[in-house]
Design a protein around this ligand. Sequence first.
Ligand code: COI
Length: 345
Amino acid sequence: MKNDKPSRINTVDFTNLPFGKIFTDHMVITRYSDKKWSDSEVVPYGPLELMPSISALHYGQTVFEGMKAFLSKDGSSTIYRPDAHSKRINKSLARLDMPELPEAVFMDSLQKLINTDAEWLKKAGQLYLRPFIFATDPYLGVKSSEQYIYALLACPVGPYYTKPLNLKVETTYSRSASGGVGFAKAAGNYAGSLYPTRLAQEAGFDQLIWTDSSTHSYIEESGTMNIMSIIDGTLVTPELSETILAGITRDSVLTLAREMGIKVEERKLKVAEIVDGLKSGKVTEVFGAGTAATIIRFASITEGENKFTLPDLGEKSIAQKIYDELNMIKKGEKADTHGWLKVIV
Ligand code: COI
């Protein structure tokens, strides 16, 4: 089952970890055929042998999750909200006409990989986990596959973003549309975002603020994260819809904010409300929330030709307070009153 080769762990600089480029020694693979999932196998992280005709490569039947494991203050290994990720991957799977992944199969894979590569978690303090499922029928007809692979990878990671972000409001291209797959964590959603994101990056921006596809006047989400704003002291975020990914960090942020006595509104959020609020000073913070991104401050927002900068509020920042609270829970430094952490035994 496991790697006979020596571990790569000693070749890694854990003080300077890029996001998503270094993988632990192992991965988990589970196969689906004849309408059932096989037992999962822990194998060395490495190439997969696949036919070039598999339908995932041609028609994009692929969904994934992004989640994290943490080393707790007491030395235990934990996974952050795996039940929520299990539910979400199944929503994505259903929309892409892919078979359900039972929660027990999902949990078993997490348990096995974290236990096998426990040393990596000890050294890194956290691992980014990437469960994904893709279609493997070697068939070029356009139809749902009958065979799939579920795989789980783990990466010791540093922050996805290392500095506050400069955002551009996107009004030409769309990430998702009514009736589409925007709410699902479907690989194709990310593929479609790459070209507009590259154009924005070439113009000096870090990320896009996606807007609704029909009027481009309502904020939906950003690339890699949900969007939150502080308007007159209230945390306002776009309400969930079929075109927005239901972020698990988003949910944690809203829960903690409410408990901290911050008023929270989940509702439609017009770009104009943010722009006017930035002009008048009513909007004091805008930030992103995501598993990889964690909570990241927006330094500026550009709409058309107009760039609005946001001050660094330091300790007064509501985003910073929520970030600190969430971080302490993840590291086991503060009681996990919501049962968000699943201890790996
Ligand atoms: C995550 O935050 O886990 C994501 O999936 C975003 C990105 C890295 C694709």
